[in-house]
Design a binder for this molecule. Structure first.
Ligand code: GTP
Ligand code: SPV
Ligand code: MN
Length: 601
């Protein structure tokens, strides 16, 4: 075994960590070991190595400074939920929404794939912190991986390096994260979580959500399990600050399922019509929130991540100019179209399609190409992603590195639904809000493998990410509500209602600030609302529409509550709640009954 500590001698005197690394090395048998120290020199060297191995392509450094390009395997372009497991001693601990495997079986099955899989390769050791290093709310992880692509992504997405090891000390607690690409075979791919051992094993994949183990695996699946025990919350939520000219900043958090608009909402540019109001937007988090009750009895949140792993297609200067600035440098593009001039292109971006390019499958591509069924061949995969430092976002919050985070005034649930849920409604109280979150449904997107468009139940946008029995998770939400001195008000939004022609009724993106404005006014009791069976809905005149004209009747449709259609939806609520049997908190059945009565069913 040759040890190479890179430029910096990373001495680690954590006996438990060293023992764990030794035993993973014995299993995976890498030729070399390298500690990742977070230095620019090491990053540059690894970039060059990965480029000469063909693992990444260095993009045109004049046009896209610091930017890289990568393609994953064609069958490895989104999270594979059916290969994702929670491994606990008892099946009941993971509940009806998770795939379960016993820890013994998990270690055995993945161990067989890991065995010797790093022969001829280097194992990189990445010490990382989720949350500002040293914050009492942060967690440390060590990811072992044989992929430089993973290393380069982790350097953006998390806080990496020597300070993490220093902070860990000789006996600090950390999450053991093992990733191996093995032969990227979908039949030998497993994403396993062992919450009782604070361990994650991911093998056979190279796709972000499966392999950047600080993200969904640690910050949601493992963290949600830990949070329930420790009395805090790990949520699939954005965090957004809205500053008024007075200097008052209100923060809201929002849980929308994958590819349903979190990243876009967090960096919006206020619409021209609201310019006079002088709002300033602060981006705190685009995907994950860790929230806890502070000594003031209020809910406070941090973003555990340092980067954005965002959906590329649809990103353009009109809908999201701040994202375009954010991804102009130091960004890794995965599975977009590669242009012949060493830049990238994607559908619904700023540029017209190039006459030639190499698509995400590494095939020659021209605009207008179609497959044998006549379906258009995309240049960029619909779930192609960018990895960029959040600090590059023009609206990045000045509180990103504050260990304390921000105080949350409102929680917004949301989904992608062509019909039914109105543009926005407010829950009656915390418990009702928990019911709204627990029964939320949304159309499937390309962020996970499966049928796009099909409506799926995705409670609190956490169905793929809750590391324990969701009945207990709902109970935890109710418990947090009881413990809060002042509860954030809970809302539900839907930017995606369509008309008969399948066109969106609401322009979305920056215009969404008009709805956030109403939400904040409601939190402060400054505006009225219409009480409906689903909750409080705005009076159309209470949404500031200065500078925005909608077609005749659109607003009415956007705010419509169709009791009959909700009665149909209620049938699904019953079905999903029944999945939990006796374990479901009584309060949710009580909410169900009250909802049925309000609907007159
Ligand atoms: P994950 O990273 O998968 O968790 O997704 P996300 O929730 O951050 O979603 P994101 O903001 O990346 O948006 C996903 C897709 O929805 C993109 O193609 C956006 O262009 C589109 N989108 C976002 N906001 C809106 C909106 O307000 N209206 C419409 N019509 N589309 C939107
Ligand atoms: C999601 O799918 O919700 C994402 C992208 O944020 S991934 O990290 O791939 O899960
Ligand atoms: Mn996400």
């Amino acid at each position: 075994m040759i040890e190479d500590n890179g430029e910096l001698e990373l001495k680690c005197d954590h006996a438990g960590l060293n023992r764990w690394i030794d035993s993973m090395v014995r299993m995976c048998k890498p030729d070399k070991l390298e500690w990742i120290d977070g230095s620019e020199e090491q990053k540059q060297r690894l970039t060059r190595e990965a480029a000469s191995a063909g693992e990444i392509i260095i993009l045109d450094q004049k046009k896209l400074p610091g930017c890289l390009y990568h393609r994953t395997a064609v069958d490895d372009v989104a999270r594979t939920e059916e290969l994702t497991f929670i491994c606990t001693a008892r099946l009941g601990d993971t509940g009806p929404t998770n795939n379960w495997m016993s820890p013994d079986e998990g270690y055995r099955r993945a161990g067989e794939i890991f065995k010797g899989s790093m022969k001829g390769r280097t194992m990189y050791i990445i010490p990382f912190s989720m949350g500002p290093i040293g914050s009492p709310f942060s967690k440390i992880g060590i990811e072992l991986t044989d992929s430089i692509y993973v290393v380069l992504n982790m350097l953006i997405m998390t806080r990496v390096g020597k300070q993490v090891i220093d902070h860990l000390g000789p006996d600090g607690e950390f999450t053991r994260c093992l990733h191996g690409t093995a032969d990227r075979n979908i039949h030998k791919r497993l994403i396993l979580h062992f919450p009782q051992d604070n361990t994650i094993w991911s093998v056979g994949s190279g796709y972000g959500g499966n392999v950047l183990l600080g993200k969904k695996c640690l910050s949601l699946r493992i963290a949600s399990f830990v949070a329930q025990k420790e009395g805090w919350m790990a949520e699939h939520m954005l965090i957004l600050g809205i500053e008024e000219p007075s200097g008052r900043i209100s923060y809201v958090s929002g849980a929308f399922p994958s590819a349903c608009g979190k990243t876009n909402l967090t960096m919006l540019v206020p619409p021209d019509g609201l310019k006079e109001k002088g709002y300033r937007i602060w981006t705190v988090s685009d995907d994950i929130a860790w929230m806890r009750i502070d000594t003031d009895g209020m809910l406070w949140a941090i973003n555990p991540e340092a980067g954005i792993f965002g959906v590329v297609p649809g990103t353009n200067s009109k809908t999201n100019p701040n994202a375009m600035i954010t991804i102009g440098k130091n960004t890794i593009y995965t599975n977009t179209l590669l242009k012949l001039d060493g830049t990238v292109w994607w559908e619904d971006g700023d540029e017209l399609p190039p006459s030639d390019g190499i698509d995400w499958k590494c095939m020659p591509w021209k605009p207008g190409m179609a497959d044998d069924k006549g379906k258009p061949i995309y240049g960029a995969h619909p779930n192609s992603r960018f990895t960029a430092p959040i600090a590059q976002c023009p609206t990045a919050s000045f509180r990103l590195d504050q260990p304390h985070g921000v105080q949350i005034s409102a929680i917004i649930f949301g989904g992608r639904r062509a019909y039914l849920p109105p543009l926005v409604f407010q829950s009656f109280n915390w418990t009702h809000g928990v019911y709204v979150g627990a029964t939320m449904r949304s159309e499937r997107t390309a962020a996970q493998q499966g049928k796009v468009g099909e409506i799926r139940w995705d409670p609190m946008a956490m169905i793929p990410f809750c590391g324990y029995n969701m009945a207990d998770y709902f109970d935890h939400w109710l418990d947090i509500g009881r413990r809060l001195e002042q509860q954030p008000t809970i809302f539900h939004i839907n930017w995606f209602r369509q008309d008969e022609n399948g066109d969106y009724l609401w322009p979305g993106f920056r215009e969404n600030l008009r709805i956030i404005e109403w939400i904040l006014a409601r939190c402060r009791g400054e505006v009225g609302a219409v009480e409906t069976p689903i909750g409080y809905v705005p009076k159309p005149e209470d949404i500031d529409m200065t500078g925005l004209e909608l077609p005749e009747g659109a607003m009415e449709k956007l705010l419509e509550v169709d009791n009959k259609a909700w009665l149909e939806e209620l049938k699904v609520h019953k079905e999903v709640l029944e999945k939990f049997g006796q374990r479901l908190p009584e309060e949710l059945w009580h909410q169900y009954e009250k909802f049925r009565e309000r609907l007159g069913g």
